[in-house]
Design a binder for this molecule. Structure first.
Ligand code: V47
Ligand code: SF4
Length: 386
């Protein structure tokens, strides 16, 4: 076994887990909990880095994207959420089709390859309104990839239309949906989930929507909200459930651990997760999710500095330029609202990694004076060493 990963530990169980991970074997639930409870940060980080470099070499990916949160009006009241508003609240807003069109033109002008759409569940809007959000973007710029609506929103659409999830997804695909983001997963454990978002669809329903999406050919992402009421067992359980679904479908592209931001939420008595916890969760996720190609360090919520370090603790992706993000900024995120490609390059190079622009589906983006075009899938680049 590699001396470096073992470091100075003499814990035989940790050393055995490390040896198995280095051989490409899977970490069990019990070993995941043991790792989180007993491994020191550097041990965990080195182990995660072995998996990270095996899968993605020295590359760190980013994309050029824009966020669109078309409404903050929401029927639910997740206690961790600072973004939602009641219909009549002063801060409530809902975008018109023209505003969505303008935002798409702005995204097009800035060279974005992706629009990430997620919002509240506006109870006065019919399903057609949500389909039209996708349609307006697609008709304004058919080239831009639309990553829209979480599994929670898809469940809501199924509820209000009384139609199956497959039907809902098919309508959205027809309107221009390209993939689904990973939001709404929070923590699957029912006890914790009931305490932080009791009205939201449960963990099983979230997983089922992603299963259906994968079966219809959509790629999706997965997230986990940590640093609130959950503990190690809940996090490892969450990761294990994602890993099981990925074994069945292979439809997940990337996993994004989301650090809880307490400001302006019903949990504002809690401290934000520490930088150490951010890195530990990142590393544990990389080690547990052996069948996920990518782990994202979402710089918006981690902060630029922790995100840079995370590139050596399991993460291989920084998300993107993320212009117009609201969910974290309403919850007190101190990061800028959007970042330039040059800044992303600097962040990645300073961290000792090689920046590679990808599109939503992890294909290489090639830029020249004429704009952008899609190159090879990242796996092909890795296989050929390009
Ligand atoms: O589901 C809400 C989280 C998620 C807070 O798929 C909060 O590429 C922390 O899922 N503190 C939405 N987190 C964002 C999301 C996402 C982000 C980036 C990339 C992708 C992707 C997906 O944000 C929600 C919830 O888990 N969230 N409020 C808060 N106060
Ligand atoms: Fe609504 Fe989403 Fe906020 Fe929950 S997290 S209250 S579903 S906007």
């Amino acid at each position: 076994m590699d001396e470096l990963v073992g470091g100075t530990t003499t814990d035989k169980r940790l050393l055995a887990i490390a040896a198995r991970v280095q051989e490409g074997q899977r970490v069990s639930f019990a070993d995941g909990v043991y790792l989180d409870e007993h491994a020191d940060l550097l041990f965990l980080g080195r182990l995660a880095n072995v998996v990270r470099e095996r899968k993605n070499g020295n590359r760190a990916y980013y994309n050029t994207n824009v966020h669109l949160n078309p409404t903050n009006v929401c029927v639910y009241r997740c206690v961790f959420c600072a973004f939602r508003a009641d219909l009549k609240a002063d801060r409530a807003y809902t975008f018109s089709s023209e505003m969505i069109r303008q935002r798409t033109l702005e995204a097009t002008g800035s060279g974005a390859t992706e629009i990430h759409v997620v919002g509240g569940l506006h109870h006065q809007k019919p399903f057609d309104w949500y389909v039209d959000v996708v349609r307006v973007i697609h008709e304004t710029n058919p080239r831009i990839h639309i990553k829209a609506w979480t599994a929670v929103e898809i469940n809501w659409f199924s509820f209000i239309t009384k139609k199956p999830v497959d039907w809902v997804l098919e309508q959205l695909i027809e309107a221009g949906l390209g993939s689904m983001p990973g939001g709404g997963a929070e923590i699957f454990d029912p006890e914790i989930r009931d305490r932080i978002c009791e009205h939201k669809s449960d963990g099983q329903a979230w997983l089922e929507v992603h299963r259906r999406a994968h079966q219809l050919g959509l790629r999706t992402n997965a997230t986990m909200l940590y640093g609130h009421l959950e503990d190690t067992r809940h996090r490892v359980d969450h990761l294990q459930r994602l890993r099981e679904l990925q074994d069945d479908t292979g439809g997940f592209q990337t996993f994004i651990p989301l650090a809880f931001h307490p400001e302006n939420t019903g949990l504002d008595h809690l401290d934000s997760p520490s930088g150490l916890m951010d890195l530990r969760v990142m590393a544990l996720s990389r080690v547990m999710l052996d069948n996920f190609d990518h782990i994202k360090a979402y710089w918006i919520m981690l902060g630029e500095k922790t995100a840079q370090v995370a590139l050596s603790f399991g993460a291989d992706d920084l998300d993107g330029t993320v212009v117009h993000e609201r969910i974290y900024h309403d919850a007190g995120a101190g990061t800028p609202e959007g970042i330039s490609v040059e800044e992303l390059h600097r962040m990645i190079r300073e961290a000792g990694r090689e920046p590679v622009e990808r599109d939503t589906l992890y294909r290489h983006v090639i830029r020249d004076d004429q704009g952008w075009s899609i190159g090879e899938p990242i796996e092909t680049m890795l296989a050929t060493g390009a």
